[in-house]
Design a protein around this ligand. Structure first.
Ligand SMILES: Nc1nc2c(ncn2[C@@H]2O[C@H](COP(=O)(O)OP(=O)(O)O)[C@@H](O)[C@H]2O)c(=O)[nH]1
Ligand SMILES: [Mg+2]
Length: 688
């Protein structure tokens, strides 16, 4: 039987890498009775992070869905990666969840990825709760962390719990709604006992309850009025206002605990079912075209948000039902490919194993195996009506490598395996380099590409070598020039004649290529002009300096002549190529390199070293923003200086630094470096 939409809670666990999301996911499943014992990340025994590479790296790479029943509700919990290279899965989870729990490291406060995902959650109107984790760690400080969260996310971040004790001696929490205290012993299930609020926390508990009430009262005018008049606000009113305020982001409750000790997790489960919204409470899903209501008897619409490529089990798709009921053994339309899909088994991911279901009701999330032509981003629907989900703004894959199979003849295997991995991870870019003919695989970072290569080997048995990425240089011109010439061939039979005058001029950066036809009086017949343009465009594919594409130029064809018998398209195309090259030679051609905007998050005490290193890479710092123990540095750097940045940053920051980069613009390569680039291009010609 499907769960009613009122009983469902879809919750994404998100936040910076290493804040304890996977450990918290584990503790919630354990406390919820799904797991028999509490696994740990360090032993590689958790219910998420089950891939060998996730365990080896002690880091989540893909999202994990776990569904279980608690207090009569069905909780669909999505554990997501915090590492920026795998952010696509965190974004995907935030697409299909009404609620997110932001997991915070109580030593570090609001870290970079956490802030980034907060912005996304805010744009999507997701109910947000914060779990301040790792209270047992040295230098952990709940109150300092709370201040950091307020300064990052605004005044509506408010504690509904405070810890008892700190660091090693942290052993419980005080609930500020009920004013009740709980002590935890050991990490077993049911490890909490209610106690009196300890003497040393009681003043603080009062103080923070007041702050909570101030916030709660703001949820409605009526409540605020009574609150200001000094009227008693009842327990039910507080609970109700908290829930309403949380649903659409006017309150962000903060709870706390220690995931690895299962401390505070029973209360978090309680908060998930009591304070976070169901799909019904959160409201209909609306796009420009449709409104989908979480009603069981309406037409079905389900959105596929994740595809997993398993070499044995085949393809598994995770989907969310927005409207109607998804039943097994039915036929549906894929609204992208317009093909029909047979829905076979419905899969419920329950901790370490799976079970099956007959149907998923509206608002529910689950898995479907063996669809033939469906992948992440698709809609399955009762009828073939396309719906657009807003497109995900994914970071650009900037770390590119040329990839080659170690064994000759394995090209197809490598390529199809890469395609499978790409279905799973939309931030992988695969293309053939037009300049070199090489098969290029690009990811977001060094780690990302390493993971791809590892998975090619471990999942598909495909061994590959990577060649250093090549910087996509470009060429442009700094002056105007004219060229005139004829293409003539007279070798018996019909001749070849084409004649044109062209002028080349620089365009603004980003101007691309323009071709202007200013032929008057039929000096060249209209039918040959496209041929000239074709020739000119061909010449622009490989510039005269080092064969890199030429950008930001306008070519004007302003005169020419033809021969009524010997002129042909081929002749005009040829003359277009030659004249364009000649004009380029005389137009002061220059080499351009891509400049990236890099955002680097590093521990405060390494900022000096990181900036020093940026300077040695021709970096131009654009600003710095301290944020607790972490400082965010923005800088512009040439891509050529970033090819091996990841390992260097790792070593400068003792593994603590993170960065992302985005393409900004092209700039001229400084004079003293041009010879080096041209030399390298000559070593490995870019011409196909
Ligand atoms: N001391 C302590 N360590 C924790 C806690 N939660 C997680 N860890 C450890 O922190 C590391 C990162 O945890 P993990 O759950 O993988 O973080 P994620 O990247 O957010 O999923 C692991 O070594 C965990 O054992 C906690 O509450 N206290
Ligand atoms: Mg994790």
């Amino acid at each position: 039987m499907a769960y009613s939409a009122e009983a469902i809670r879809n919750v994404a666990l998100v936040g910076h890498r290493g804040t304890g999301k996977t450990s918290l996911h584990e503790a919630l499943l354990f406390e919820g009775g799904v797991l028999a014992r509490l696994g740990s990340v360090s032993d590689g025994t958790t219910a998420s992070d089950v891939e060998a590479d996730e365990q080896a790296r002690q880091m989540s790479i893909s999202m994990t869905l776990s569904s279980f029943e608690w207090a009569g509700r069905k909780i669909n919990l999505l554990d997501t990666p915090g590492e920026p290279s795998f952010i696509a899965d965190a974004l995907g989870a935030l697409r299909v969840s009404e609620s997110a729990i932001f997991v915070i490291n109580a030593v570090m406060g609001a870290e970079v990825t956490t802030r980034r995902l907060w912005k996304v959650a805010a744009e999507r109107d997701i109910a947000r709760m914060l779990f301040v984790n790792m209270l047992d760690r040295e230098r952990a400080d709940f109150y300092r962390t709370l201040e950091s969260l307020k300064s990052a996310f605004g005044p509506h971040v408010v504690a509904t719990e405070i810890p008892i004790g700190s660091e090693q001696s942290c052993n419980g929490v005080v609930d500020l709604v009920d004013m009740r205290a709980y002590r935890y012993e050991g990490s077993g299930r049911g490890n909490a006992t209610e106690i009196e609020i300890p003497e040393q926390e009681s003043a603080r508990a009062q103080e923070y309850r007041e702050k909570l009430l101030d916030e709660v009262a703001e949820v409605s005018d009526e409540l605020m009025e009574r609150y200001l008049e000094g009227a008693e606000i009842s327990h039910e009113e507080i609970v109700d206002a908290l829930k309403r305020g949380t649903n659409h982001g006017s309150i962000f409750p903060v709870v706390c605990g220690v995931a690895t000790r299962n401390l505070g997790t029973n209360r978090l489960l309680e908060a998930i079912v009591e304070d976070l919204p169901s799909p019904v409470e959160h409201g209909a899903f609306e796009t420009d075209e449709v409104t989908l209501e979480p009603l069981a008897d309406r037409e079905l619409f389900a959105y596929v948000f994740k595809t997993r490529a398993d070499p044995f089990a085949g393809r598994i798709n995770l989907l969310r039902v927005y409207q109607g009921t998804l039943a097994h053994d039915t036929q549906l339309a894929n609204t992208r490919s317009h093909s029909k899909e047979r829905i076979g088994q419905l899969i419920v991911f329950a901790g370490k194993g799976t079970t099956t279901a007959d149907s998923f009701g509206p608002g529910d999330i689950g898995g479907v195996a063996k669809l033939k032509d469906t992948r992440a981003g698709d809609w399955l629907a009762a009828r073939d009506e396309p719906i657009r989900m807003p497109t995900e703004r994914l970071p650009a894959p900037v770390m590119a490598f040329a990839i080659e199979p170690k064994t000759k003849g394995d090209e197809d295997k490598v390529f199809t395996s890469l395609r499978r991995l790409q279905e799973e991870d939309p931030t992988i870019d695969l293309h053939r380099d037009a300049q070199t003919g090489q098969q290029i695989v690009a990811g977001l970072s060094q780690i990302h590409v390493e993971v791809i290569v590892d998975r090619l080997r471990s999942r598909f048995g495909a061994e590959v070598t990577l060649k250093p990425p090549r910087v996509p240089y470009q060429e442009t011109i700094r002056a105007g020039a004219k060229a005139h010439g004829r293409h003539k061939k007279q070798s018996g039979g019909r001749g070849q004649f084409g004649d044109c005058h062209i002028e080349i001029a620089p365009l603004e950066p980003g101007g691309g290529f323009e071709f202007v036809d200013r032929i008057k009086g039929g000096a060249i017949p209209n039918s040959f002009i496209p041929a000239v343009e074709k020739g000119v465009r061909e010449a622009m594919e490989h510039g005269v300096l080092a064969g890199y594409p030429v950008k930001d130029v306008r070519v004007t064809l302003f005169d020419g002549s033809f021969h009524s018998v010997d002129s042909s398209e081929l002749a005009f195309k040829e003359t277009g190529v030659t004249q364009a090259k000649q004009a380029l030679e005389q137009a002061n051609p220059v080499l351009l390199e891509p400049i990236m905007m890099v955002t680097i998050a590093v521990p405060e005490d390494t900022v000096g070293d990181v900036i020093g290193d940026l300077n040695s890479r021709r970096g131009r710092p654009q600003g710095m923003e301290p944020n607790g123990a972490i400082t965010e540095i923005k800088a512009e750097l040439p891509m050529a200086e970033l090819l091996a940045y990841a390992p260097d940053l790792r070593s400068i920051t003792g593994g603590q630094g993170d960065y992302t980069m985005e393409f900004l613009r092209y700039e001229e390569v400084p004079g003293h470096l041009v010879a080096k680039v041209l030399g390298a291009a000559a070593q490995e010609p870019v011409r196909a």
